[in-house]
Design a protein around this ligand. Sequence first.
Ligand code: ADP
Ligand code: MG
Length: 284
Amino acid sequence: MSTSRPLLDVRDLRVDYDVAGAASWRRRTLTVVRGVSFTIDPGETYGLVGESGSGKSTTGRAILRLADVSGGSVRFDGEDLASMPRRTPLSYRRAVQAVYQDPAASLNPRHRVGRAVVETLARHGVRGREARDRAALWFERVGLTAEHMSRFPTQMSGGQLQRVAIARALVLEPRLVVCDEAVSALDLSTQSQIINLLRDLQEASGVSYLFITHDLGVVRHVSHRVGVLKKGELVEQGTTSEIFDAPRHEYTRKLLAACPAAHPAGRDERRAVRVARRAAARAA
Ligand code: ADP
Ligand code: MG
């Protein structure tokens, strides 16, 4: 693994969407991400924050090749995504995974949850006994048991389902996981359990995360570095303490002021997170 080269290098990224104009037969171009540049190193968590509609998910989608790169470049491990075939190579799909806000939405309600992980392995050539064993191992790594594999989604809590989604994302041993609002729908104590789990898995495997969230409290807990998106533009980026302790941009200050848990004034909320985390650690 190279130490001098970032794992992900996003440079001057622009993403345009074609939308219906005022007159519906006329299409117009909407630029929702403009001139965004950042890097993520191996083993690093980069937090991307901003209000709803600021282009966070679109940035993640461009990296996942679910949205077209209209300008600039995205390089993964030195390779420009634009030079890849239109149909994303299996090797890239394996290396870059995603975890979304609603795990139930990506699980078939009629399938036992273990199957989602086993089928992910099958798509990448791991089948039969080996796939089942590896899936069981990952259920344990994410704090579930092999017994949970035979449950249906409705028989699990939101936090447990998110653990399944994390097992499915990590079972292929990716190098980057795009976590798009991955803990936003969870209650506070489940949120800190999942954050701790992601951190433990990162320490064990060296995986990198692009952690997308509107929640500054969350981003502060998970990120090594943070970028602040406003209307498609990255207005500020820096280490987590630079952004939270000495924000330079007016917009960052405004976001911080609106989020008590991420702000010095929000000591009670921060304490609540710590207490919840300790309780979770005791319960584990
Ligand atoms: P965020 O994740 O920060 O809330 P998004 O990246 O989802 O923001 O959206 C950024 C902007 O792009 C929003 O104005 C949204 O309405 C618009 N948008 C998102 N997806 C599409 C699409 N497929 N077609 C047209 N516009 C879109
Ligand atoms: Mg989003």
